[in-house]
Design a protein around this ligand. Structure first.
Ligand SMILES: [Zn+2]
Ligand SMILES: [Zn+2]
Length: 692
């Protein structure tokens, strides 16, 4: 990236926000996919002397809080207070520090939401309209959003009232869900008519189109959103028949839809911050049109709200528009889609912090595992591998060996001059770090910093101070001066990612300033000769086998317990949400192109060096063929030999594990045992029989 294309550093004030967590559950690893990178980004901006304010808060409204309140026997306010306090306490434990963390139920948010409704109405963007919405006679109330389930009108998947959570992911307007049934009691609902309020979103179509093309938005998020715009934006129902939320000003028996007042929480939380610092107007420098830059960090699951609704609301009520929307990929757990009910979740409090794990490790893992826009597969084994092989072996090792050796032989910073090559390496790393921050590619940043630590280790190894100290103490001092200068540079650069470790190393170097306040350029400033060194102790420690096993066992035990709980449930209350949605319809002609036949496995053997692969010889009646299947980790060859099952025989031949495979055995994944695939066996039918 050329320097003039960079957005940062900048003199303009920047407000960074994170999608508000719903105060209806505890923090888990999935949350950190957004909060950690945002915090790291903010810390790097501060190291570039940018005026930045970091804002977040708890989302307290809507049906998520209501359903949990009902389940826990609490009032909605008691529920959100409980979880809000949990977030408030847990973020700092992860070294995530917001300048303000409010709630959407705070008076500032009620007031700001009402002001925005009024502004939109004055500008002609809101109108009333009669609407048919689901009412449950059994429960005796209207059942909006998550209180209703049915069929997605766009893709046919089973969906929540307001969101196709199991299928296409689209927002669903009230009244549009097909075959609605009450999510509380399961009975079909009936439509009732009442007056709701709509925002004239259709009028913002060309604005949103232009906005998305001009601002800095993650490519996948832009493509999704532009796709929706292309299909045409429909007017948006912004009220709900509930008694929990921000009351609609013209009809107090309605509240605003949670996705109307939730993002306004960004503004009201900034207002709270301004009051807190004693300059109550200060929030305006970000939110009123002007030079302020708004940067939203979100997950890919809330693109619709941030790329379509939110900019239209801001535009229609005269506020500043977002400068950037950074949408991160989702988190998988141990190779499986995140699922609370199936146990694929890792709780931050009990399963990470209470195990005594350093928050910095998780921060590093979150930013360095993969590109920000891709899905991240969280697995304990890869977590331990990254901590042990990267943080400990490369960075921690370099910090400790130089400091320890110098302290032992010199006790202070010895005299020296910074080697030209090392100085260049530091300078180059600073440039890559700034590029990475500008591109929102924090993996690039962490890789570059670890690369500099490798340079340090190589320098140390090549100069052999342990031998040199006996021959020429002055020359050895020169080498150590360079090693410590590099240690200082690394501490400055890694500080936004590993704030605790960096601070400790800073003190070991005998430096008294606040490392979190020093600028990136400080990495190039020389150390003072004679500065007394602190006590060197390793700042990063290994995750040993025993701890790794303990961590894995906790997660696996929960997955097993969730499976057992689901098995124990009767068919009636089996959660429909656990089934994959039915895919898009295909025509009968398309189906006819698929050639399915019965085959018999006459021979089965392992593919050398490939645990998952088995080579099978299959009699399909007309001929005998070779296929390769990925069931090797689940079955021994002798278990499959002699099996008669269903095969797809006209699949394009493909090389798998070096062997050409002509077809595929059909297998099903057991719903109660994820990851376990069972061949579709057929008895009493000769090979070659066709399926249709
Ligand atoms: Zn759908
Ligand atoms: Zn009901």
């Amino acid at each position: 990236m050329s320097k003039k294309n960079r957005k940062y550093p900048t003199k303009d004030p920047v407000c960074v926000t994170c999608g508000l967590p719903s105060a209806s559950g505890k923090m888990h690893v999935g949350h950190l996919r957004t909060y950690v990178p945002a915090d790291v980004f903010v810390r790097f901006l501060r190291k570039m002397d940018v005026d930045v304010t970091f804002i977040c808060g708890s989302d307290t409204h809507g049906t998520p809080v209501l359903t949990v309140a009902e389940a826990e026997g609490l009032t909605p306010k008691q529920t959100y207070t409980k979880y809000h306090n949990h977030y408030l306490e847990t973020f700092p434990k992860l070294n995530i520090f917001f300048d303000n963390y409010g709630t959407t139920d705070d008076p500032e948010n009620h007031a700001r939401t009402i002001q925005i409704v009024k502004a939109l109405k004055e500008n002609g963007h809101i109108y009333p309209k009669d609407l048919e919405t689901p009412y449950c006679d059994h429960c005796g109330r209207s059942q909006p959003d998550r209180f209703v389930r049915g069929t997605c009108p766009y893709c046919g998947a089973d969906a929540r009232g307001d969101e196709c959570d199991q299928g296409c992911g689209r927002y669903i307007e009230p009244g549009l869900i097909l075959n609605p049934r009450c999510a509380v009691c399961g009975n079909p609902t009936r439509p009732v008519t009442r007056t709701h309020y709509f925002m004239r979103l259709s009028a913002f179509e060309s604005f949103v189109d232009k906005f998305l093309r001009e601002i800095d938005v993650t490519k996948s998020a832009r493509n999704y959103a532009l796709g929706w715009v292309k299909e045409g934006l429909k007017d948006w129902c912004i009220t709900r028949d509930l008694d929990w939320g921000v009351k609609y000003p013209d009809d107090e028996s309605l509240v605003l839809y949670v996705w109307f007042d939730a993002p306004i929480g960004y503004i009201s939380s900034t207002e709270q911050w301004a009051k807190k610092i004693g300059r109550p107007k200060e929030w305006e420098k970000y939110w009123k049109p002007g030079k302020g830059r708004l940067v939203h960090f979100i997950g890919l699951d809330i693109v619709h709200h941030h790329c379509i609704f939110w900019p239209s609301m801001l535009k229609g009520s005269g506020y500043n528009l977002p400068d950037a929307i950074a949408a991160s990929g989702m988190v998988k757990i141990e190779g499986h889609n995140f699922s609370r009910s199936r146990g694929y979740i890792v709780w931050i409090e009990e399963e990470y912090l209470e195990k005594g794990l350093d928050p910095d490790y998780l921060r590093y893992y979150m930013v360095s595992s993969t590109s920000q826009t891709k899905d991240l597969d969280f697995a304990w084994a890869s977590f331990a591998e990254k901590v042990n092989n990267e943080l400990v072996a490369t960075l921690g090792n370099f910090f400790y060996r130089g400091l320890h050796f110098t302290k032992k032989h010199y006790g202070e910073v010895p005299e020296g001059t910074l080697d030209r090559k090392l100085k260049k390496a530091i300078g180059d790393t600073i440039e890559t770090v700034i590029d990475g921050v500008n591109e929102n590619e924090l993996k690039k940043v962490s890789d570059a910093i670890l690369g500099l630590a490798t340079v340090g280790n190589e320098y140390f190894q090549a100069n052999q101070p342990w031998a040199l100290v006996k021959e020429d103490k002055k020359k050895c001092g020169e080498v150590l001066y360079n090693a410590l200068s590099l240690t200082k540079a690394l501490a400055v650069l890694i500080d936004p990612i590993l704030p605790s470790a960096a601070e400790t190393v800073w003190k070991q170097l005998g430096l008294e300033s606040d490392i979190h306040a020093v600028q990136l350029d400080e990495a190039l400033n020389p150390l003072d000769f004679g500065a007394k060194l602190g006590k060197p102790v390793p700042v990063i420690s290994k995750i040993d086998e025993e701890l790794l096993t303990e961590l894995q066992e906790t997660t696996y035990a929960r997955i097993k317990a969730a499976e057992a709980a689901q098995k124990g449930e009767t068919k009636e209350d089996e959660e429909v949400t656990e089934h994959d949605p039915v895919k898009e319809a295909i025509s009968f002609d398309e189906f006819q192109r698929v050639d399915l036949r019965i085959g018999k496995i006459v021979k089965c053997e392992r593919v050398p060096k490939k645990d998952r692969l088995l080579k099978i010889t299959v009699d399909i009646g007309v001929e005998t063929r070779t296929m390769v299947t990925g069931l090797g980790h689940l079955y021994k060859p002798e278990e499959l030999e002699g099996v008669t099952a269903l095969f797809l025989v006209n699949l394009e031949p493909k090389k798998i594990g070096g062997i050409e495979s002509h077809g595929m055995i059909l297998a099903v994944e057991k719903l109660d045992e994820p990851g376990k695939w069972v061949p579709v066996k057929v008895d009493g039918v000769p090979p070659g029989s066709k399926a249709a």
